[in-house]
Structure formats: structure tokens, C-alpha cells
Design a protein around this ligand. Structure first.
Ligand SMILES: *Cc1c(COP(=O)(O)O)cnc(C)c1O
Length: 227
């Protein structure tokens, strides 16, 4: 792992520089792309090092891990924003709605029901992204392609403006560009502004193809321990 202050600061600086270059090459304002620093598996100290380096938006894939890690961080840095990016079980919806600023993994009607009910109880509704199984892969989370349009329309009707956009993880080991293009087209067809796409290995391609949010972990924090 790679979580000393200077390593995290250097990782952040390198990723930011690559984002600037990618945005410039695409003729896009750099400010149009938000870096979501994915801190899953890395300790609170790594998050604090990133905050010290000016990073305020983080991504985590497990609700319990995020709750423990960010409670103290948020006291110290109230402006920190947390995106939940992992597959979400309905029985975690209450905690998710309480701690998340953005839930990026809304991918099925039962989860939409659970989030709506949890939001009623909590009196707060995070921003929401529909995760699309853009490569139509078996065993992968995300709404299947043939159900995506209907599900997105239903979420828009139910959640209104809180449905901000779409998220995807393209198939591993393939050129991600066609998948990023397909997600961008789907977002445009539905009039949705946010596109969360691109990770450490492909965020420049994603920025070229319209990403508004890139989710970058290992290029900032170093390799994750195998779990
Ligand atoms: C872990 C993860 C990332 C970050 O992956 P890196 O390759 O480390 O940048 C992005 N998105 C999701 C959904 C993840 O689970």
C-alpha cells in the first residue's frame, strides 16, 4: 500500500495533471470533470492525506466501511462528499441514504423502492446515478441493456432531479471507448447531465468521450491489497 502523505499527494497531482491534459485535448473545460478518489480498502489516514492535498470527493464501495472511515473525516472536513459506487443490498439502503451524497449504483426496481423508503425515513435523498450493465455481461451489476430505458424513465418519474445521470464499468480487457460512447448516448437521450465513467486505466478515454465524473483509486492511493 501507498498511503503516506507524500505518496498520496503525488498520486493526486499526477492524476490531476492527466485529467487536465485529457480535458484540454478534448476541448473541454477541466472544471467539467469531477475526480472521485476511490479510497476503498485504504485506511482513514489515506483519506486524510488526500484531503490535505485538496481532494474533497471520495468513492467507497461498501457502506459499512465507508461509514466507519468517513465519520471522523467529516468532522474535520465538513465539505467532504461521499459517493457510494459498489453494488448495494436493499438492507443497506437506510445507511446508504444517511451517509452518501451520491449513490452511483442504482440498478434495479427493488433497490429504487428501498432507497425511496429510506429517503422518506431519513428526510434526505442523495443524488442518484443509474448503473448500466453497458457490456450486457452475465454476473455484472447494472441494469441490463434491454431494461435500461424503462428503468431510467421510472427513476426519473420517481426521483425527479435527484436522478442526475448514469454510471458504467465496461467489460475488462476490451477497448472501453465503444462502451463509453454508448453510455454517453443513453445519457443524452434521457437528458441526464452526469456521466460517471473511467477508472485508473481508462479515465483519459472517458474524459474524451464526455465523462463528468471519473472514479480513480489505484492511480492515487496505490495498489489495493487483494481481498
Ligand atoms: C474500485 C473501483 C474503481 C477504482 O478502480 P481503480 O482501477 O483502482 O481506479 C472505480 N469504480 C468502481 C465501481 C470501483 O469499484
Amino acid at each position: 500500500m501507498n498511503e503516506s502523505f507524500s505518496d498520496v499527494a503525488a498520486g493526486l497531482a499526477a492524476v490531476r495533471a492527466r485529467m487536465v491534459a485529457a480535458a484540454r485535448a478534448a476541448g473541454r473545460p477541466v472544471g467539467d470533470v469531477t475526480l472521485v478518489a476511490v479510497s476503498k480498502t485504504h485506511p482513514e489516514a489515506a483519506v486524510r492525506a488526500a484531503v490535505a492535498g485538496g481532494q474533497m470527493v471520495f468513492g467507497e464501495n461498501r457502506v459499512q466501511e465507508a461509514a466507519g472511515k468517513f465519520a471522523g473525516v467529516r468532522v474535520a472536513a465538513p465539505g467532504v462528499r461521499l459517493h457510494l459506487i459498489g453494488g448495494l443490498q436493499t438492507n443497506k439502503a437506510d445507511d446508504a441514504v444517511r451517509i452518501a451524497d451520491v449513490i452511483e449504483s442504482l440498478d434495479r426496481p427493488k433497490l429504487a423502492d428501498a432507497i425511496a423508503a429510506a429517503a422518506d425515513r431519513a428526510g434526505r435523498l442523495p443524488d442518484l446515478l443509474v448503473q448500466v450493465n453497458i457490456g450486457d455481461e452475465a454476473q455484472k451489476s447494472g441494469v441490463p441493456l434491454d431494461a435500461a430505458d424503462g428503468f431510467i424513465r421510472g427513476c426519473r418519474a420517481r426521483f425527479g432531479e435527484k436522478l442526475r445521470g448514469l454510471m458504467c464499468i465496461p467489460p475488462a480487457g476490451e477497448d472501453p471507448a465503444p462502451y463509453f460512447r454508448a453510455l454517453a448516448a443513453m445519457g443524452e437521450a434521457h437528458g441526464l447531465a452526469w456521466l460517471s465513467m473511467g477508472m485508473s486505466g481508462d479515465f483519459e478515454t472517458a474524459i474524451r468521450l464526455g465523462a463528468t465524473h471519473v472514479r480513480v483509486g489505484s492511480a492515487i492511493f496505490g495498489a489495493r491489497a487483494k481481498t
